[in-house]
Design a protein around this ligand. Structure first.
Ligand code: NDP
Length: 240
């Protein structure tokens, strides 16, 4: 990937939090940014918003096709879209677990599969997967979230080795607590009601998690890491 020109960048999940901060910072630095949301509202200043649901193949294909039709290439993708499922593992339904993986893991895989043909053709590209500290250490009462990020780490490491010879770089970020709407957007396991034997421990753990998130780093800090990677100061290693 050349270093001396504005990049064409796709940032998934750019309606809030880390994704929005990335889209705003990269566009302010002169890069051409396409952000995405399942329900794009009014276009924010500086970057274009595309509709994208990472759990749907057709939606992913359509968003990537739009960028390629308009720009002819895609230099970088920030796979950021995701949410956090919370609850005792014993009480998590397979359906809830599948949906967590469908967004946080298969969503990234879908986007990677959609962008790789063009990146291979151009023999250039950068894929940044937004993982989590939960992708390197298990988190009690966020077990499926953590598992989805561990899986994402495996995908990242494997893909990095598979596509390096095409000139494509793949890496991941493992942010700790970041202050974003992820706290309000957290999904709780449905079965974990008033009769749950985990009720007290779950409530305590969630209270700590959410307090730490609210005291977390600003999303702009992660965006600065992404900008650093985009401008090739450090790529190809685990970057926390
Ligand atoms: P937010 O809830 O603020 O943002 C999540 C984004 O993901 C939204 O823009 C949302 O867009 C999008 N999204 C959710 N589901 C889908 C879907 N099915 N298809 C497409 N987009 C989707 O959270 P954060 O900014 O905090 O989280 C961003 C990433 O950072 C996540 O992957 C998260 O795991 C990771 N992370 C966050 C940390 C934190 O402490 N905040 C710490 C470590 C990692 P919309 O609803 O508009 O479709």
């Amino acid at each position: 990937m050349s270093t001396n020109r504005a990049k064409i960048v796709l940032v998934t999940g750019a309606s809030s939090g880390i994704g929005r901060a990335c889209a705003e910072l990269l566009s302010a630095q002169g890069h051409t940014v396409y952000g995405t949301s399942r329900k794009p509202a009014q276009a924010p200043a500086g970057f274009r918003m595309l509709e994208l649901d990472v759990t749907r193949d057709d939606s992913v294909q359509a968003a990537v096709a739009t960028v390629l039709a308009e720009q002819g290439r895609l230099d970088a993708v920030v796979n950021n879209a995701g949410y956090a499922l919370a609850g005792p593992l014993e009480e998590t339904s397979i359906e809830e677990a599948r949906h967590q993986f469908d967004t946080n893991f298969f969503g990234v895989l879908r986007v990677c599969q959609a962008v790789l043909p063009s990146m291979r053709t151009h023999r250039s590209g950068l894929i940044i997967n937004v993982s989590s500290l939960g992708g390197v250490a298990g988190l009690p009462f966020q077990g499926l979230y953590s598992a989805s990020k561990f899986a994402l780490e495996g995908l990242t490491e494997s893909l990095r080795l598979e596509v390096a010879s095409f000139g494509i770089q793949v890496t991941s970020l493992q942010p700790g607590d970041v202050y974003t709407p992820i706290t309000e957007n957290r999904v709780r396991v449905r079965q974990s009601g008033p009769d749950s034997p985990y009720r007290s421990a779950f409530a305590t753990a969630l209270g700590i998690i959410e307090k730490e998130e609210r005291a977390g780093a600003p999303a702009g800090l992660v965006a600065r890491h992404v900008l650093t990677l985009l401008e090739r100061k450090q790529v190809g290693v685990r970057y926390t």
